[in-house]
Ligand binder design. Structure first.
Ligand SMILES: *Cc1c(COP(=O)(O)O)cnc(C)c1O
Length: 365
């Protein structure tokens, strides 16, 4: 049975990358050692981390005045690290368009009890179960604020921001965890981008931060590990980085490059997700909870049948047929198909055929 992994993260990785890692597993580049056994100070690992950075720079066309950091702690640690370093006693705005954006804002509120700054919810769609991207007026933003934080792709609710909002000149910081390398953004539109690796980049344990140098903190933050400046000055080697995850990320970056880069990925993702959205739209049985078509995510596609009982039957039968991890997030229910870069087109076609058959059975029965 063919297995298709629709997991929202950790997620499917390109088979070619897994095979290459397997082939190199016991003896990396004639070192006689596994990548996992290499010192992070060795020449072999230095080549890996530099190669990963160089390929990522090339893929995202990251300008020279941006630093690329390979950190740990997941995207969730960035929820605190960002205000710790960048809030600078000022206002910090949050667009709360999904569960992760709300977490980022909640962490900022918590931290504002300890360090002086003022987190402000700029716009929220929580009252509508995050079924759209909320809008706001640029002139409601204090131009002296430290940053505006947004989530480019709401992994749980299935919405995305494609065109960045006008923030009255205030730098934009984005959590890009679930659509980095999947949508073609301009890095120069952001002061900082961060992403947990486990959705579109590689194994869990690695967090990518891309930060404009002039946005970096100049005063030390509360702790060295949480200080962007220290991490940048040490080329992400202040302590032992997640070496194997960085190696895997490098292989994924090279793979994406070999396929034609981010623009090509974005095109493929629009095609893959478009097939599923078109099928859902023409069906009277399935529906997608996102209100505005323009907000639809290409990466995470939530959908429901006419009842919670049928939803449960759907993902149980789907699971038995090899369509894994289709159950929606516990906070929203229903189903969610995560179609990240490495998810194959055949898997989308097979899912649609399965959905058709399920619909036929239950519409008649
Ligand atoms: C998965 C996810 C997170 C959480 O990432 P961790 O690496 O588990 O901390 C945060 N934000 C978004 C948008 C996500 O998709």
């Amino acid at each position: 049975m063919t297995i298709y992994n629709f997991s929202a993260g950790p997620a499917v990785l390109p088979k070619e990358v897994l095979k290459k890692a397997q082939a190199e597993f016991l003896d990396y580049a004639n070192t006689g050692m596994s990548v996992m056994e290499l010192s992070h100070r060795s020449k072999a690992f230095d080549d890996i981390i530099k190669g990963a950075e160089e390929t990522l720079r090339d893929l995202m066309q990251i300008p020279d005045n941006y630093k690329v950091l390979f950190l740990q702690g997941g995207a969730s640690t960035q929820f605190s690290m960002l205000p710790l370093n960048m809030a600078k006693g000022k206002k910090a705005y949050y667009v709360v368009a999904g569960s992760w954006g709300k977490k980022a804002y909640t962490e900022a509120l918590k931290l504002s009890k300890t360090i002086p700054f003022e987190p402000i919810c700029l716009a929220s769609s929580e009252a509508d179960a995050f079924d759209h991207i909320p809008l706001f007026e640029a002139d409601s933003i204090d131009p002296n604020a430290a940053y505006v934080h947004l989530t480019t792709n709401n992994t749980i609710e299935g919405t995305s921001i494609y065109d960045l909002p006008d923030t009255n000149g205030v730098p934009i910081v984005a959590d890009m965890s679930s659509n980095i390398l999947a949508v073609d953004y301009q890095v120069s539109d952001f002061a900082m981008i961060y992403a947990g690796a486990q959705k579109n980049i590689g194994p869990a344990g690695l967090t990518i931060v891309i930060v404009r140098e002039d946005f970096l903190n100049d005063k030390p933050a509360l702790s060295s590990m949480l200080d962007y400046r220290i991490q940048a000055d040490n080329d992400s080697l202040y302590n032992t980085p997640p070496t194997f995850s960085i190696y895997m990320a490098k292989l994924v970056f090279e793979h994406v490059q070999s396929l034609g880069g981010v623009a090509k990925m974005a095109e493929l993702n629009r095609h893959k997700s478009g097939l599923l959205y078109d099928f859902i739209d023409q069906s009277a049985f399935y529906s997608n909870p996102v209100k505005n078509e323009g907000d639809r995510s290409v990466a995470n596609i939530p959908f429901v049948t006419p009842s919670a009982a049928l939803d449960q039957q759907f993902y149980q039968e789907a699971d038995a047929a090899g369509f894994k991890n289709l159950k929606g997030h516990r906070s929203v229910g229903g189903m969610r198909a995560s179609l990240y870069n490495a998810f194959p087109l055949e898997g989308v076609e097979a899912l649609i055929a399965f959905m058709k058959a399920f619909e036929d059975k239950h519409r008649l029965g």
